[in-house]
Structures are given as structure tokens and as C-alpha cells.
Design a protein around this ligand. Structure first.
Ligand code: ATP
Ligand code: MG
Length: 226
């Protein structure tokens, strides 16, 4: 198997039939040993984190499949901590699309002059560039269009899909009395230029709270799947 990419939390391999294999590692993002889904560095390694992230990813991608939402998901092997996916090309050098239900994290750091800490937001969508060197800057629809990263139509598609997918995740969490504060998604285009949800949906890319208390990724996996 040819390794195409070594990521912070996953490694990417090319399979013979042309699909990709994502290997979920036990590394999680954070700083100084503290987990932070928004961080751009590997902060710590937690035994079992890879498998837990994959289990939750499989759970959500199966639900999205039932709902007819296009994703890259083909199959998951929990023992091996691997997921087989459709290869996609990303927009520009990669985007993250964030959906926010509460003013926390970088949103509150940026807009704290106007927003209250933790105030509710109505599935607010924003896009950031995957650019570790520049700390993943937020980018507007106009800038995405001007820089040739997304057409305006594609932007609207991404926004709609992001709100649909985030609502699915929010509803699933709510069944366990867990509140979704925000979530970060990635998208790409398949060989037919169809826009797909790619990457993962796990505790590592969302903030989830129960009774006002933050739930760590591994804990979230347990609460959701056990
Ligand atoms: N279906 C797919 N097709 C192509 N690339 C994909 C697909 N699904 C996920 N990826 C990419 O595989 C990589 C997974 O590795 P990982 O999540 O560890 O990356 P990362 O360290 O977060 O780095 P990055 O900052 O690039 O996300 C990401 O770059 C992600 O964009
Ligand atoms: Mg990633």
C-alpha cells in the first residue's frame, strides 16, 4: 500500500482499486497536553483514541448514507482502525467548514466585543483555510470566489450541506441529552465533480457539552455508542 500523506491524526494510503484508506491514529490535536479540536498541533496521544474516533465516524456516516447525503464513506474496520473512502480532490489546498450553535472558541475570541460568551447561534456557517502556518484563517464567500477556491454556487452547496449534516449530528447528540456547540467538516469533489463530505466526524472535530460541561472525545464516543 502506498502512503500518500501523514496527517496529524490520520495517515492516508492508496488502495489498489483506487480508493483511499484512512488509518486513524491515537494522536489528538491540542496544546501543552490539553485536547483542543481547533488546535493545529498534535497535543497528546491517548490509547484507543483512533478506534474511538473511527467508531463515531462510522456511526455518523452510516446515518448520513441512510439520509442520502453524499459522503466519501465506503467501509470501516474498527479492529484495524481504518476506513475505506472514495478519493476526493479538495477545494484549493483544503477548507474547513464550521457550523456554530454557540459563541465559543475562535468565534468568541474574534467577536467577543459583540457576542456574549456561549450565546446561541443559529447554525452559523463559516469557512476557514487549512493553512497551519497562518493558523487556519477564516475566509469570506467573496474571497473564496475571488481567489478561485470556490464558485458562489459551490459555496451555497457547502453551506447547505454543512447545515444539514450538522443538524443530523446535533439531533443524534440531543438523544443523549448532549448539546452540540460547534462542529468542523471537510468537503471535496469526487471524479464526477460531485461535492462529498470527506474526512471524519468524531469527538475530535466538535465541541459537545452535557449540563454545561465539556465532553472529551473519548467520553463522547462512550456516551454515544454504549
Ligand atoms: N476522501 C478523501 N479524499 C482525499 N483526502 C481526504 C479524504 N478524506 C480525508 N482526506 C484528507 O486526509 C487527511 C487526513 O489526515 P489528518 O486528519 O490527520 O490531517 P491533518 O493532520 O488534520 O492535516 P490537515 O491539516 O491536512 O487536515 C486530511 O488532509 C484530509 O483532508
Ligand atoms: Mg484532520
Amino acid at each position: 500500500m502506498k502512503q500518500l500523506y501523514t496527517g496529524k491524526t490520520k495517515d492516508v494510503y492508496e488502495l489498489e482499486e483506487g480508493n483511499l484508506l484512512l488509518k486513524f491514529k491515537d494522536d489528538v490535536t491540542g496544546e501543552n497536553g490539553v485536547f483542543d479540536p481547533g488546535a493545529n498541533t498534535v497535543g497528546l496521544s491517548i490509547e484507543g483514541a483512533g478506534r474511538a474516533g473511527l467508531k463515531l465516524t462510522q456511526f455518523f456516516f452510516e446515518i448520513l448514507k441512510e439520509k442520502g447525503i453524499p459522503t466519501h464513506y465506503i467501509a470501516a474496520d474498527i479492529e484495524e482502525a481504518t476506513m475505506t473512502v472514495v478519493p476526493a480532490s479538495v477545494f484549493g489546498q483544503g477548507l474547513e467548514v464550521i457550523c456554530r450553535y454557540r459563541a465559543v472558541g475562535s468565534f468568541f475570541r474574534r467577536y467577543g466585543k459583540y457576542a456574549e460568551d456561549g450565546q446561541t447561534l443559529d447554525a452559523f456557517v463559516e469557512v476557514t483555510l487549512k493553512d497551519d502556518e497562518r493558523q487556519d484563517p477564516p475566509i469570506s464567500k467573496d474571497a473564496l470566489h475571488m481567489l478561485g477556491i470556490l464558485t458562489n454556487d459551490e459555496y451555497e452547496t457547502l453551506k447547505t450541506l454543512t447545515q444539514q449534516i450538522s443538524q443530523v449530528v446535533k439531533d443524534e447528540l440531543a438523544k443523549k441529552d448532549i448539546e452540540l456547540y460547534d462542529i468542523k467538516l471537510e468537503f471535496g469533489r469526487d471524479a464526477n465533480n460531485q461535492i462529498l463530505l470527506i474526512d471524519e466526524i468524531s469527538g475530535g472535530n466538535m465541541r459537545a457539552y452535557k449540563n454545561g460541561e465539556y465532553i472529551e472525545p473519548l467520553e463522547l464516543e462512550k456516551m454515544m455508542l454504549q
